[in-house]
Design a protein around this ligand. Sequence first.
Ligand SMILES: *Cc1c(COP(=O)(O)O)cnc(C)c1O
Length: 368
Amino acid sequence: MNIPFLSFSGMHDPLKTELSKVFEKVYDSHWYIMGNNLKEFEKNYSIYSKTKYSIGVANGLDALIISLKALNIGPGDEVIVPSNTYIASWLSVSYTGAIPVPVEPIEATFNINPDLIESAITNKTKAIMPVHLFGQACEMDKIMTIAKKHNLFVVEDNAQSQGARCNNKLTGSFGNINATSFYPGKNLGALGDAGAITTNSDELYSKSNVIRNYGSEKKYYNEVKGINSRLDELQAAILDVKLLHLNEWNSERVELAAKYNQVLSEISELTLPLLSPNCTHVYHLYVIRTKERDALQAYLAKHGIGTLIHYPIPPHLQKAYAEMNFKEGQFPIAEKIANTSLSLPLYPGLKHSELEFVAGTIRSFFKK
Ligand SMILES: *Cc1c(COP(=O)(O)O)cnc(C)c1O
């Protein structure tokens, strides 16, 4: 058997005819940027997110940067970020000129530990950026309480978690302004790069709407020094079709994760993903942990099973952040996660027989 880490077949094959028609529709319209397909998708994504507005942008990193810029965050400011995240969360802060201030995760859930946030707050702190990592909602009730108490903004990084909830409220609808990514492999993915901002604020909507398009609302009248980060018509139209299937795909991911939990639970050498109370998980990634990670990954590869490591090096130890002089051991939980975690194949269309084969191969590795 050959089981890739990720396959789009289960999601895209049934939609091939429909997506081809979408291509023809946009092709024939002769209108490729900032048109009706974008407006329609923005409307539908805001309905999905239960936020007043959604703003399509070029990718998830830009969605984060524009969100921070709309809040006037920049040089001299600090933003609290998880020590355990994809580097994009940190980079967005750095690109505004502000400083990312890392806070360690809860080891069992991988997400930022709300109980450690207050000790990282200084008089320069402007915002908290919770990242709903691997698809699980952060403990947003606690985070929002801390933000309110200290008068801080909240910018959610919702790139991996469209459809997840905390206390029955959707991720991407808690913060002042929030960002998501439609990178192809995300739970809702375009056929290329794409992203979006969600907000309930009229003011932050207007600001980010203008920032993403050269700082102009009216063509050739530039109010601020914006950037070019537009979501094109073709990707918007494709996303609009795929959005209708997001909930059913997420349910399938949840089902597959439950199956993994069941068949892997007897393997004592493994730590399986856990949920925080009142939080749901949409399993963008199914991440297990073991001290024998590297050997297990090699063994699975030998048996035709693709896996990935999210992420092998935490941001504070990346060369890109050498100037901040972080030391190895400074964020030990993030480092431990980086050294022990392994993401297994999980995507809509993965067959139960394939999942059983992955589990059986893991079992045989630990029996050796
Ligand atoms: C994917 C991702 C991003 C960035 O999204 P892009 O569309 O690749 O720019 C940001 N944060 C997290 C947590 C991500 O997983």
